[in-house]
Design a binder for this molecule. Structure first.
Ligand code: ADP
Ligand code: ZN
Length: 647
């Protein structure tokens, strides 16, 4: 307790409870005692109906017995040491006498006289103390402890120093190994070196090497991010501290920041260790997103986290792994060097990955000889590892219900159907028709980005649905340390975005809703080129829009600083520009038709294409058709190339 108080300084978000725990405790104790007392003593419960308002008179036992024998008594209450008798008639008088014990004649006499009798529990100072004070205080204390441990687990040593975070912080030494994480080979490769760091931190520290601090695991739910983080801890045999970002918001109200501090304190003490933060976006949402002054609490928690990550150096090898499904909404501050500067994609498994995951989980159940996990993998495109684990388990349950010896292929198929029916509403599983559209659409993006000078090159193309919005995606490699973007690069980006829609039009013959987001982004780029970067004829060097203040949340009270006429011209210019680019992109795709067909067919087969394969398809097509395109390498292109062109 002392230790905890030692490092805990007053916090802005410390509320009344945290500042005055003793005072609050005392007040609540007294209230509880009053409630308790009034509840248990009112109406003299336990005194067998003898009203406390009646007159009480002490007499001898002998006298009391005589009164009863004379038929003057209506009711007798027998206590351990005393006996009370209520006289007949009004006003009600109660006689109290010390009992003579034993006296076997008392009850028979009362029976004979037809006097009602009963027993009562006497109050003495001890029971009074216990029931009146100790018990209510104790009950109150128990409730208090329960609430505080739930709500804040630990606020600098907890209320009265009890309920230390140590037992509440979720620390374990996982037994999970890399072999338990199937598929995801790239992700595994990327985190592999962390294990080495954690096993032999001294080796690196001695050399002055900086051990990575933060790694962001990015991917949809159920793809094994937690599992992977645990496996790193399991392989390195280090403690694993896990918290969920949303718990900071939901459970540690008012104390998020000090919880973060405790977490890091604890992890450092047990270093080398791993901190795993699930749902990082719950605390790490960009401060620019959302309402003004929105969430003080969340911001403080986030700031504390940033401070903690900056605060520990090589001397305490703690690696923070965090998971998120939406890296794009994270506050950029979180992603700076020294924080979560590494991102590892943990994606939904492709066909091969699904087979492997099914195999890992099938180890736990008894499969019959007729099972074919590859067939199951084919049926489950778009499902995550967690779904596959569920399918195996569901199949085992079905087999159990039928009292079978082992799990059959039929059980597995039925489990797949159930899982899909259940998921249909949540995450979509795409139909073959949609799959074809998506494959062409993504191939369109990929081909254009591969062949266009100045575009970011393809890293991966996938038609595995990712989250709710995207049915497929083309991942481009971000360029490192790029501060300036040239005009032709902006145009290239527009082209790449339009590539999806153009491919649908050419190869499917009809366009779909799938390009909405692409078109929005393409429009935005053209707009900013005109209005902000002075890259068009229509506005020239005139800046039509000041840099948006993201802190005020875009869209709020933006004043137009140009004429209606200009506004009309802008609209038609943007439209014309997009059309022009779209036509150009369509021409390019038509030229690369065979490459498009090859890529789409392969995507439909294996679902994911890596960078190397994309390059190969394009290169062999170009070689076969003797197409030479502008290379990205000639960095300083002659002024002529860009002259005469405008946004
Ligand atoms: P996430 O953290 O990405 O939401 P989890 O790691 O909690 O996903 O995954 C939930 C469960 O799904 C795991 O405990 C495991 O049983 C199963 N699972 C997910 N991905 C895999 C995988 N790649 N290999 C084996 N099992 C997996
Ligand atoms: Zn697209």
């Amino acid at each position: 307790m002392e230790k905890n108080n030692g490092y805990r300084e007053p916090q802005k978000n410390d509320n009344f409870f945290n500042k005055n725990p003793l005072l609050v405790f005392a007040i609540f104790s007294i209230i509880t005692v009053i409630i308790f007392k009034s509840f248990f003593e009112d109406g003299s419960i336990g005194e067998s109906g003898i009203s406390p308002s009646a007159q009480t008179q002490s007499i001898s036992y002998y006298e009391l017995k005589k009164l009863a024998e004379a038929g003057k008594i209506e009711y007798v209450a027998i206590g351990e040491a005393n006996i009370k008798a209520t006289a007949k008639g009004e006003p009600k008088t109660t006689f109290v006498a010390k009992r003579v014990i034993p006296d076997e004649t008392l009850v028979p006499m009362l029976e004979k006289q037809n006097v009602k009798y009963g027993a009562y529990t006497e109050k003495n100072w001890l029971t009074d103390l216990v029931f009146g004070w100790v018990l209510p205080v104790f009950i109150f204390f128990a409730i208090w402890m329960f609430l505080t441990s739930r709500m804040q687990k630990n606020i600098g040593g907890g209320i009265l120093g009890i309920g230390s975070m140590k037992k509440l912080m979720n620390s374990e030494k996982p037994k999970v190994k890399f072999a338990d994480v199937a598929g995801n080979d790239e992700a595994k490769e990327e985190v592999e070196e962390l294990i080495e760091f954690l096993r032999n931190p001294d080796r690196y520290i001695k050399l002055g090497a900086k051990i990575p601090k933060g790694v962001l695991l990015v991917g949809p739910p159920g793809t094994g991010k937690t599992l992977l983080a645990k496996a790193v801890a399991g392989e390195a045999e280090v403690p694993f501290f896990s918290v969920s970002g949303s718990s900071f918001i939901e459970m540690f109200v008012g104390v998020g920041a000090s919880r973060v501090r405790d977490l890091f304190e604890q992890a450092k003490k047990e270093a080398p260790s791993i901190i795993f933060i699930d749902e990082l976006d719950a605390i790490g949402k960009s401060r620019a997103i959302g309402h003004i002054g929105g969430n003080d609490e969340r911001e403080q928690t986030l700031n504390q986290m940033l401070a903690e990550m900056d605060g520990f150096g090589a001397e305490s090898p703690v690696i923070v792994l965090a998971a998120t499904n939406r890296p794009e909404i994270l506050d950029p501050a979180l992603l700076r060097p020294g924080r979560f500067d590494r991102q590892v994609l943990v994606d939904k498994p492709d066909f091969k990955g699904r087979v492997e995951i099914l195999k890992v989980h099938a180890k736990n159940v008894k499969l019959s000889d007729d099972t074919n996990l590859e067939e199951i993998a084919k049926l489950t495109a778009g499902l995550a590892g967690a779904d596959l684990a569920n399918i195996i388990n569901e199949a085992a349950l079905l087999a159990g219900r039928e009292n079978q010896e082992s799990v059959s292929q039929q059980n597995l198929k039925e489990a797949v159907e159930r899982a899909i029916a259940g998921l249909e509403k949540k995450s979509r599983r795409i139909s073959p028709k949609e799959k074809r559209i998506v494959a062409y659409h993504e191939s369109g993006h990929a081909v254009i980005s591969q062949i266009t000078k100045g575009s970011k090159k393809v890293n991966k193309v996938s038609i595995i649905p990712r989250g709710l919005a995207a049915l497929g995606y083309t991942l481009n490699t971000p360029e490192e340390n790029k501060y300036l973007v040239q005009k032709h690069e902006l145009i290239a980006e527009v082209d790449v975005l339009l590539g999806g829609r153009a491919a649908e039009e050419i190869f499917i013959g009809e366009i779909s809703t799938g390009a909405a987001n692409d078109l929005e982004r393409a429009t935005d780029i053209i707009k900013s080129m005109i209005m902000y970067y002075g890259m068009s004829e229509v506005a020239g060097l005139m800046v039509l829009e000041k840099q948006r203040n993201t802190f005020l949340g875009g869209g709020m009270g933006q004043t137009k600083e140009y004429s209606e006429k200009m506004s009309e011209e802008l609209d038609s210019y943007i439209k014309a520009k997009l059309t022009e680019r779209y036509e150009a992109v369509k021409e390019k795709l038509k030229l690369y038709r065979d490459a498009m067909e090859t890529m789409t067919a392969e995507l439909l087969e294996v679902e994911v294409l890596e960078k190397e394969r994309v390059e190969e398809i394009i290169r062999s097509f170009e070689d076969a058709n003797k197409i030479v395109r502008e290379s990205d390498e000639d960095e300083l292109h002659s002024p002529e190339t860009s002259k005469g062109k405008d946004a």
